[in-house]
Design a binder for this molecule. Structure first.
Ligand SMILES: Cc1cc2nc3c(=O)[nH]c(=O)nc-3n(C[C@H](O)[C@H](O)[C@H](O)COP(=O)(O)OP(=O)(O)OC[C@H]3O[C@@H](n4cnc5c(N)ncnc54)[C@H](O)[C@@H]3O)c2cc1C
Length: 525
């Protein structure tokens, strides 16, 4: 073996996916020497593609707090298209759900009882995106390199040793030995990643979610749902310009369309469904799944997988630990719940801000240890809250009205949190899904717990009412307006009418809407 490459840094980040590179960019701006250690090479496939308004707002916050104007365009469809057309992505105007029964074509009634569409933005300009990760992660890694990060890609780390103030990581790169020394190690290597293994961290059991398997790939030629089944009426956004969820008892399929002709599609399946189709077989299993969902199968008649199928025998994962004195797992390394509701990006970006802030504002010692312990507690609590809600949704997959009602808990928390943060009051929206809010947090847990226990008759009606009561003080999006029959556009009037809930004045909200790119009717300004 040839000579050892030795890189000494303040912070070693393992994994140069989007979270590792963004962490590097922020730390470099705070004067830290950073090394990114990546086992693969960009561009490479990565799963986890669909962003949300909160995720995009967090990108803006990272860009502004750490003076990173080069990443700000990635927070909105319009700026992204103008500034970085070389980086593929998809237009995401909202969350679309259709509820199927296996073995039967999709059927809708006049009440839209088997669908749910929740808009995330009022127009394309300020819409969210699906990130085509081969391009996005490469672009961000290039930005980190340009800003001064040492990027050791193609590097296989073998050992971790901690002596006194420094951690030493040894591995190989292109047949040569590599040694990295750093004062702090951040794990951005995803679930079951580097630190989890190297430190022998225990795995926490799932508490509520059933065991699920994943089966997914990228396709060309996936037909739009709205071409095959045009909507009756004018939906809040074009049905397919969204994260499309095809839900059925025991699982669901996602479809995310990129602007390069590729569509990401895959399924998260409870074990009985995955076993029934023998999910580990890949492509034939996908065909067997589609054979049970004729209306979804119609979309794939002329489709072709552009990559081999990936089968994940266990989607969810949670480490029992997320930080120590000299190391931290970003939330995406500490756990993954399920693609449902696209929770991975915002959880990860919230954690990224917290970890960088701790390294920025504390020195090694008792204060930093306490901050890292608080980070660990919050990270695990947010993963718990997410797991409980997602588990309740799984329990309701055979019951669309209950699924829809429970999902509104998510949309209420997400839209309230986004508005509060945009108004400069992140303190009014504590914890992801408001899980640390003294009123909402316990109600979210209680409603999910009741749904998980299986309710019928009067208990079920009581649950519906309890969900409504939990949502009402945080509903800034007209979610309790039954007249909308499952279609929720983003309306300026809803948020203007919710100023008091946000502790804001009408004038504050008008300024907020103008700042964020809403076109307001004259009588509303
Ligand atoms: C099936 C599925 C679908 C999902 N869909 C969504 C979604 O739509 N929206 C959403 O918000 N979230 C989603 N998530 C969660 C999402 O995937 C993560 O939040 C996101 O990928 C985290 O990005 P990251 O950069 O932290 O990690 P990753 O994307 O996991 O990247 C980790 C990087 O670390 C590298 N690495 C791994 N091990 C090592 C090692 N030992 N040494 C060096 N490098 C290493 C890898 O090569 C990779 O480049 C989904 C998750 C799953 C499982």
């Amino acid at each position: 073996m040839s000579a050892v490459t030795h890189v000494d840094a303040d912070v070693a980040i393992v994994g140069s996916g989007f979270s590792g590179s963004l962490t590097a960019l922020a730390l470099l701006k705070r004067g830290r020497r950073v090394v990114l250690v990546e086992r693969g090479r960009h561009p490479r496939f990565a799963i986890g593609e669909s962003s949300t308004p909160l995720a995009n707002l967090l990108i803006e916050e990272i860009a502004d707090r750490y003076d990173l104007p080069q990443i700000r365009p990635f927070s909105k469809w319009g700026t992204w298209q103008r500034s970085r057309p070389d980086v593929a992505c998809g237009l995401k105007r909202g969350f679309t759900f259709f509820f199927h029964q296996q073995g039967a074509p999709f059927e809708e009634d006049g009440e839209r009882s088997r669908q749910l569409m929740v808009a995330a933005s009022p127009n394309d300009e300020i819409a969210d995106m699906h990130w085509y990760r081969p391009d996005v992660d490469r672009a961000l890694a290039q930005e980190a390199e340009a800003a001064g990060a040492v990027h050791l890609d193609g590097t296989r780390l073998e050992t971790l040793r901690h002596d006194g103030e420094r951690t030493t990581l040894d591995g190989t790169r292109d047949g040569s030995a590599v040694r990295v020394t750093a004062r702090f190690v951040i794990d951005a290597s995803g679930p079951r990643g580097f630190l989890h293994r190297a430190l022998g961290l225990p795995e926490a059991e799932r508490r509520w979610l059933p065991a699920t398997q994943g089966l997914y790939t990228h396709f060309e030629g996936v037909e739009r749902w709205d071409r095959l089944r045009p909507a009756a009426g004018i939906p809040p956004y074009p049905i397919d310009d969204a994260a499309v969820h095809q839900v059925f008892p025991g699982g669901w399929i996602w479809m995310l369309r990129f602007n390069n002709g590729i569509t990401s599609a895959g399924a998260a399946l409870t074990d009985p469904i995955a076993t029934a189709i023998d999910a580990a077989e890949g492509a034939p299993a996908w065909d067997r799944l589609l054979a049970t969902l004729p209306s979804v199968a119609d979309q794939f008649r002329s489709a072709r997988a552009t990559l081999p199928f990936i089968h994940s025998p266990r989607v969810s994962f949670r480490s029992a630990r997320a930080a120590g004195s000299t190391w931290a797992l970003l939330p995406s390394a500490a756990g993954v719940i399920d693609p449902l509701l696209s929770t991975g990006f915002p959880l990860t970006l919230l954690g990224l801000l917290r970890v960088v802030d701790i390294l920025d504002t504390t020195s090694p010692g008792r204060q930093r240890d306490a901050a890292l312990a608080a980070y660990e507690r919050q990270t695990l609590a947010e993963l718990d809250a997410t797991e409980q809600l997602v588990a309740a949704l799984y329990a309701a997959m055979a019951d669309p009205p209950l699924f829809k009602r429970l999902a509104l808990l998510y949309f209420a928390a997400a839209s309230f949190s986004e508005a509060a943060r945009r108004l400069g009051h992140a303190d009014r929206a504590p914890g992801f899904l408001l899980c640390e809010h003294p009123a909402f947090g316990p109600e979210l847990a209680a409603c999910a717990s009741i749904a998980l226990s299986g309710v019928e008759g009067p208990a079920r009606l009581a649950l519906d009412a309890r969900i409504d009561r939990a949502i009402e003080p945080f509903d800034t999006a007209g979610l309790l307006d039954r007249g909308r029959r499952g279609w929720y556009p983003v309306l300026a009037s809803d948020i203007l009418g919710s100023a008091a809930k946000l502790g804001a004045t009408r004038a504050d909200i008008v300024r907020l809407l103008q700042r964020t790119g809403f076109s307001l009717p004259e009588d509303q300004t």
